[in-house]
Design a binder for this molecule. Structure first.
Ligand code: SF4
Ligand code: SF4
Ligand code: SF4
Length: 334
């Protein structure tokens, strides 16, 4: 009976065939909480009527679901309500951020991400018309004066315009633990920051500290990523190629989980000393060594592979790299 409830929740998350999802759900949601999840969306009053329980009890239990990251708040018509997640990665992130989530919960997610997620990601790749994430370039790497930089692709503008900023641990690295990259690197902006503070997760940061965190991420070779839309009131992630839910599958299989920025690197062969620093710095294998012809000097950028992150720019000792705008503004969805 309990299993049926958890299986129905797995179906809502579009992972019905998962071998691990019922274990994951059972670890985070009590049977009564699972019943409540299936009764969402609704206000506590509507939930109380659906389940035949007193409204104060429904209210307290809905709030508990929210604290655990199992449900999200809604304010339709000004009334507080709750809804379930629409996709598996949001569900993973929100519940794994719950401060009381046991290590065993993260371990189960690690197994899910390694054993099952790639198949679901391949399905998502075919189902979704566009990537959910998009790379934001390191702003200094863009050749100023000639290129347009939109507000939604400028970390400086995003941070300067933010009313509220928080930082949390990178949940992909908390779960996967495949590298020793910095952990406290996920920045939330405005609505997402308010959500984190409301759940008591992470901490508020000033604009100056947010910029320092982004610089630390750049130095460490982490890729800035955000949601693929033209307003940024959510997050700036700083991703590694080994723990991230998206980048390894973008790199190895070319899945459309994360779009490139509107820019691409270009190397000035007259300046390049072929030191090879950019070869190691690029996560996407986009830097290629010159051929054997005498007139081929300096590294080259493979335009098909370059994701326009700008990481190669910031460690080039000869300042031989710059980013050029290669995609229209309309590349970024409204
Ligand atoms: S998407 Fe990137 S920064 Fe965000 S949680 Fe995953 S690896 Fe960390
Ligand atoms: S880091 Fe700069 S100088 Fe070194 S190989 Fe790359 S482009 Fe050339
Ligand atoms: S060449 Fe590599 S490191 Fe440089 S911008 Fe392109 S993807 Fe980023």
């Amino acid at each position: 009976m309990a299993n049926t409830t958890y299986e129905k929740i797995a179906e809502k998350l579009m992972v019905k065939a998962s071998r691990l999802m019922t274990d994951i759900l059972q670890m985070i949601a009590e049977p009564m909480e699972a019943e409540l999840l299936l009764a969402l969306p609704g206000t506590p009053k509507q939930i109380s009527e659906k389940l035949g329980i007193p409204t104060p009890k429904a209210e307290a239990q809905c709030h508990r679901l929210y604290e655990k990251g199992l449900a999200l708040k809604t304010f339709k018509g000004g009334a507080l309500g709750y809804r379930f997640h629409r996709d598996i990665t949001m569900f993973r992130d929100a519940t794994s951020h719950w401060p009381q989530a046991p290590k065993a919960y993260h371990d189960l997610w690690k197994r899910f991400m390694e054993e099952e997620w790639p198949d679901y990601a391949r399905i998502e790749d075919k189902r979704k018309p566009r990537a959910g994430g998009r790379i934001i370039p390191i702003e200094r790497s863009i050749a100023f004066g000639k290129q347009q930089i939109l507000d939604s692709e400028s970390v400086i503008t995003i941070i300067q315009n933010a009313e509220r900023l928080t930082v949390t641990n990178c949940i992909c690295r908390v779960i996967q633990r495949n590298c020793d990259m910095p952990l406290e690197t996920c920045l939330q902006v405005d609505n997402s920051a308010r959500y984190m503070l409301d759940r008591g997760i992470g901490r508020a940061v000033s604009k100056e500290e947010a910029m320092d965190i982004l610089k630390e991420c750049e130095d460490a070779g982490l890729v800035h990523m955000t949601l693929n839309k033209s307003s940024v009131d959510h997050f700036i992630c700083n991703c590694c190629e080994c723990c991230c839910f998206a980048l390894p599958l973008v790199i190895k299989e070319g899945l459309n989980l994360c779009a490139p920025s509107r820019y691409q690197a270009e190397i000035d062969s007259a300046l390049c000393s072929s030191c090879g620093t950019c070869l190691d710095r690029c996560h996407f294998g986009a830097i290629e060594e010159p051929g054997t012809d005498v007139d081929e000097t300096g590294m080259e950028v493979n335009q098909d592979k370059c994701m326009g992150c700008g990481l190669c720019y910031s460690t080039c000792p000869e300042q031989a790299i710059r980013l050029l705008e290669v995609r229209e503004k309309t590349f970024i969805p409204e």
